[in-house]
Every structure is written in C-alpha cells, then in structure tokens.
Design a protein around this ligand. Structure first.
Ligand code: PLP
Length: 398
C-alpha cells in the first residue's frame, strides 16, 4: 500500500498534466491539426544553435570521465564561477562561485531551499495566482503554504494582504516574476514596497524572512521591460533560476540557486543547501548540461517567435471581447473567463478542441491560462473557436 500523503497526491494529481493527456487523446480522435492544445508550458521554440554546438564540442574535446563523473554537490566550480561572472556583468552584483549552487531545474532548486529552511509548520507566503506545484514543494517538508489573494486589477502582488498574513512563523515569501500564469512582471516599485514590508516585519517579530525569487521566465520579457534583480533590493534573498524556458531545455533539468553572502546565516545556508541537494537524491545537477550552459551564457532563444504569438493572441482575444492584461513576460495569457465558473468554461472550450487551464488550479477562480508556446498557425486556427466561445456564452446569458 502506498503512503497516505501519496494517496492524496494520486487523487488530486495535476490538472495541467491531465489536460495534456486529454490533448493527446483528442489528437488521436480528430487529428493533431484540429486540436488546439494551450495547456502546457513546454517551449516550442528550438534551443539556440549554440546549445547543440556546445554539446558536440564538449563530447569531442573534454575528458569524458570529468564530463560524466561525480563532482561537488554544488556543481562544477568553473561553471559556477562563469555564472557568477555573467550575473555580475548583467546586474552589477558581486557574486562568486560560492554563491551559486547548480540544481535540477527550478523545481529541484525550490525543493533544495525549502528542505534547507523549513521546520514543520513553518509558513511560506505566496501570491495568487501561482504555479500550483508550490503547494507540493512546501508540503514536501511539512511547511504551510499561505496564499495571499489575487489583485485582479493588475496582478501585481496584493501587499496590503501580505502585511496582514505575515506572522512570526513566516520563514519565506515566494514570488515568481515574470509570472506563471499571468505573464505580469513585478515592477521595481512593487519589489521596493514588498521588501520594506519584509524588513518591518523582521524587526517587529525579531525573525528572518527570506525572499525567494522563482525566475525560470526571467529571460522571457518583452518590449524591454525591466525585471528587477531581487538581491539588489533585499539582503535575505535567494534566487532560483532555470534554463528550462530561457534555453528551451526543460527535459535536461538544469538550473541554479543564488545564495548571496549578505543573506542571514549564509554559511549554514550554503552548507545545508549542498547537503539537501545530495540527500534529496539529486546528488548534483546533470553534469553534461552544467558544462553546456557554461558555454551558452550569452545565448538566447528566439523571443520574436513568442512575441508574435503574444501579439496575435492578445489582440484577437481583446477584439472578441475577452478581458485580460497584456502579458509582459513568460508565454502565458490569463483571461477572465466569460462564464464565472472557470471549470465550466474550460470544459466548454474543450468541446471546441481548445485546451486551456482553469484559473482555479492557480488559486484564481474565474480566470483561465492560455499557454501560447505553440505554433503561430495553431493560434490562427484556434481563433474562430475562441470567438465562437465568447459569443455563445454571451447569447446564453443575454
Ligand atoms: N516555477 C514556475 C513558475 C514554473 O512555471 C515552472 C515550470 O513550468 C517551474 C518552476 C519548474 O521549472 P523547471 O523545469 O526548471 O523545474
């Protein structure tokens, strides 16, 4: 028999994954061209050419026992040094190799940091709407995820409610910008106001509250919008980064944590995060891909392709009468569902072979997420369905 906690997981397994499976089923029935699957954040843009070249160069030129061998739990020192130098150049920070811990993607990094920080019942605050896996990652270490309700005006975090919800048990505040599912980038003013609150609350309770930035979409920002670099605002910051989206490498499971020297209890944090990486069973991040990304630090995926999709989808949906914020980053659009019940709306959309994810799975009912990391033609073909959907709903309620 499986454990009670895993039984619960099996029962409530991810709705996004379920949609993905549904997409495959519908494709088999109606043909892939007639199914519009906007359910999963799986990049459809090729990794940059530098990635393939780097893989071949490494395999041809480097010592294969090093490339494929064990290493420090934190990762190759030269790779971590190269990442630190690249961050310093881009953001005028002062990191060294010791501040970087290579991880198994953003998911691995978040699990390492929660294992490092959380005692049972410790609280992690996050802002709705949020990536649903956060709940699992916090529960893995018996923490409590406390959700600050969404600010549906502009989807910047609701700071008034944050103030009320921080307690002496608050160990960390977790933010994700550019955001999944809204595509919103948290502004410099928002971050400055947020960290003022954290400082005041640390003072009031005599505690340390870490700010954790989950940043797999940092590089996917449009129209030159600035994505503030969090360690410059607040000393007790930990940044989780991933190459899943920025280099289109989600299956390769590669990312890193930044733990700055200024962070409270720095020496212990680093030591514990290293051990967590090992004892969670990751041991170390994939070695070939550590070496690959060190050669691709300036490489970028073709953002124009996502941007074209964003413009097409946003302009069309708004012209049909949908309400949504124009996303500034990531590859998601978050619409207010024309039916109040987002689950019903997504089921209706499915009847037109359009697969989108209800806002409820991001703790934001009444909305739905459209992942536009798909072929441009898929969006073109899906648009008549989106138009018919909103028209049907408004006739029904007229
Ligand atoms: N955080 C957010 C907000 C995400 O959207 C995702 C993946 O979609 C992850 C973390 C996990 O990313 P990774 O593939 O790097 O583990």
């Amino acid at each position: 028999m499986i454990s009670r906690t895993m039984q619960q997981q099996v029962n409530s397994s991810s709705i996004i994954r379920a949609m993905f499976e549904e997409g495959k089923r519908l494709s088999a029935l109606y043909g892939a061209d007639n199914v519009y699957d906007f359910s999963l954040g799986n990049p459809n843009v090729e990794p940059p050419a530098e990635v393939k070249q780097a893989i071949m160069d490494i395999l041809n030129e480097e010592n294969s026992t090093t490339v494929h061998g064990y290493m420090n739990n934190s990762g190759f020192e030269d790779v971590r040094g190269a990442i630190a130098a690249s961050l310093n150049q881009r953001f005028a920070t002062g990191f060294a190799a010791d501040n970087i811990l290579m991880t198994v993607g953003a998911a691995g990094g978040l699990n390492v940091i929660f294992k490092t920080l959380l005692n049972p019942e410790d609280e992690v605050l996050t802002f709705a709407p949020f990536f649903g896996e956060y709940r699992n990652y916090v529960q893995n270490y018996q923490g409590q995820l406390i959700v600050v309700s969404p600010n549906t005006k502009d989807f910047q975090p609701n700071l008034e409610e944050l103030k009320e919800k921080i307690s002496p048990r608050t160990k960390a505040v977790l933010i994700n910008s550019p955001n999944n599912p809204t595509g919103v980038v948290y502004s410099a003013e928002t971050i400055a106001a947020l960290v003022d609150i954290l400082r005041a609350k640390q003072e009031e309770y005599g505690t340390v509250i870490y700010l954790i930035g989950d940043e797999p979409y940092r590089e996917l920002a449009y129209d030159q919008v600035e994505v503030p670099y969090l360690t410059k605002y607040y000393e007790n910051t930990i940044v989780g980064y991933s190459y899943s989206k920025s280099l289109s490498l989600p299956g390769e499971r590669i990312g890193y944590l930044v733990i700055p020297r200024e962070a409270a209890d720095y020496e212990n944090l680093i030591a514990a995060a290293n051990i967590a990486n090992r004892i969670l069973g990751f041991v170390n991040a994939p070695s070939l891909f550590q070496r690959v990304i060190a050669k691709c630090l300036d490489a970028q995926v073709n953002l124009d392709s996502y941007n074209r999709n964003r413009e097409l989808l946003y302009n069309a949906l708004v012209s049909y009468g949908y309400q949504c914020i124009k996303p500034e980053g990531a590859f998601y659009l978050f619409i207010k569902t024309p039916l109040e019940n987002d689950l019903e709306f997504c089921t209706l959309a499915k009847s037109k072979n359009i697969l989108i994810v209800p806002g409820t799975s991001f703790a934001c009912p009444g909305y739905a997420r459209i992942a536009y990391c798909v072929a441009y033609e898929t969006i073109e073909r899906a648009l008549p369905g989106f138009e018919a959907l909103i028209n049907e709903v408004s006739w029904a309620s007229a």
